[in-house]
Design a protein around this ligand. Structure first.
Ligand code: PRP
Ligand code: ZN
Length: 289
C-alpha cells in the first residue's frame, strides 16, 4: 500500500514564536508525541509532523521542499526568503508582534534617518536594512553580524544598530535608545511552492479558522422591531444577523450574530441604550468559512 506523504510544518525551536505556534497547531486538532531528540513532533491523529528548527532556516527548508508549511516572523521571511524560490506568505497571524528598529547609544543626538549617513550599522538583517536605506536615500555601511548585535556599539564594531525589539528590555540593558522603526513584524504562515496537497490546504484553512475565531464572539439579544436597524449597525463586524420571532411578543425579535471584532462593554451599553434586552455574549469555539 502506498503511504500518503506526511505534511511537514516547520516551527521555531525555541524563541518568541514557539509556544504560540505549537498551541495554534494543537487548537487545529493536531495531537503529537515529541521525539526523543525533541526536534520532531510526530502527529498522532493526522499525517502531519512538526519540525522544530532555527527560525532563520525555515524559509530555506520550504524552498528546498523539506517542509511544506512554516511559521516565522515576517522579519525572517523578508530577510531570508529568496524571491525566486516561490515561498509565499499564506497568512498573517496575530501573535509574535515585534519591530525591527534603529537604536543608538543613549543620549546620542537623533535627527531622523539622515543621522545614519556615513555611520556603521550593526545588524543581522542586512537585506531588509539595505533596502530600507536605499528607500531613504541614505549611504551607510552595514555591518552584518550573526548575533549579539546589541553589544556591537560598546565593542566599537559599529556606531548604531538595527535589531528586533519586542519588550525593549534588551535595548534598555545595553543603554541603547530606539529611534526609528524599519519594519513592523508579526508571525506569518509560509507555504512552500509545492504545498498543494489536501492536507496542506486543510491545515491552512484550519489555521485561518482558528485565527478568525479568536477575535470572534456570538451575540444573542432581544431587540424591539423598531430599533432593529440601529442595533444591527451597532453589532461590530457582523454581516447578516439571524432574526427569530419570540413567542407571544409581536414587537420584539431575537437577534443572533457572529461578530468578527472585539465586543467591548461600551458596545453592550450602546446596544442596551438602543433598546436591546437579554444580551448574551458567547465565545466561538470553531468556525469554518
Ligand atoms: C531578538 C533581538 C533581541 C531581543 C529583543 O532576538 O535580537 O536580542 O529579541 O527582545 P526584547 O525587546 O524583548 O528584549 P530573538 O529572540 O528574536 O532571537 P534570534 O534573533 O536569535 O532568533
Ligand atoms: Zn532567529
Amino acid at each position: 500500500m502506498e503511504q500518503e506523504p506526511r505534511l511537514k510544518i516547520a516551527v521555531q525551536k525555541s524563541g518568541r514564536l514557539t509556544e504560540n505556534s505549537l498551541h495554534l497547531l494543537e487548537t487545529c486538532g493536531l495531537t503529537y508525541s515529541r521525539g526523543r531528540d525533541q526536534l520532531i513532533c510526530f502527529g498522532e491523529n493526522m499525517p502531519v509532523d512538526v519540525l522544530l528548527v532555527r527560525d532563520d532556516d525555515i524559509p530555506q527548508l520550504l524552498a528546498e521542499g523539506v517542509c511544506d508549511l512554516g511559521i516565522v516572523g515576517l522579519n525572517v521571511h523578508l530577510e531570508k526568503s529568496d524571491p525566486e524560490a516561490g515561498v509565499r506568505k499564506a497568512l498573517d497571524m496575530d501573535f509574535g508582534r515585534c519591530r525591527l528598529s534603529i537604536a543608538v547609544p543613549r543620549g546620542e543626538p537623533w535627527n531622523g534617518p539622515a543621522s545614519l549617513s556615513g555611520r556603521r550599522i550593526a545588524t543581522t538583517y542586512p537585506n531588509i536594512l539595505g533596502r530600507w536605506l536605499d528607500e531613504q536615500g541614505i549611504e551607510a555601511s552595514v555591518v552584518t553580524l550573526s548575533g549579539a548585535v546589541e553589544i556591537a556599539p560598546r565593542l566599537g564594531r559599529a556606531d548604531v544598530i538595527c535589531d528586533l525589539v519586542s519588550t525593549g528590555s534588551t535595548l534598555a540593558a545595553n543603554d541603547l535608545e530606539e529611534t526609528m522603526v524599519v519594519l513592523e513584524s508579526q508571525a506569518a504562515l509560509l507555504a512552500a511552492p509545492q504545498a498543494h496537497s489536501a492536507w496542506a490546504q486543510r491545515m491552512i484553512s484550519r489555521i485561518e479558522g482558528v485565527l478568525r475565531v479568536r477575535g470572534s464572539k456570538y451575540i444573542m439579544l432581544h431587540a424591539p422591531r423598531a430599533a432593529l436597524e440601529e442595533i444591527r449597525d451597532l453589532l461590530p463586524g457582523s454581516e447578516a444577523p439571524t432574526l427569530m420571532p419570540l413567542e407571544g411578543l409581536e414587537d420584539k425579535v431575537a437577534v443572533h450574530a457572529v461578530c468578527s471584532e472585539t465586543v467591548f462593554w461600551e458596545t453592550l451599553e450602546s446596544l442596551k441604550g438602543a433598546g436591546a434586552t437579554s444580551i448574551l455574549v458567547l465565545p466561538v469555539e470553531k468556525m469554518l468559512a
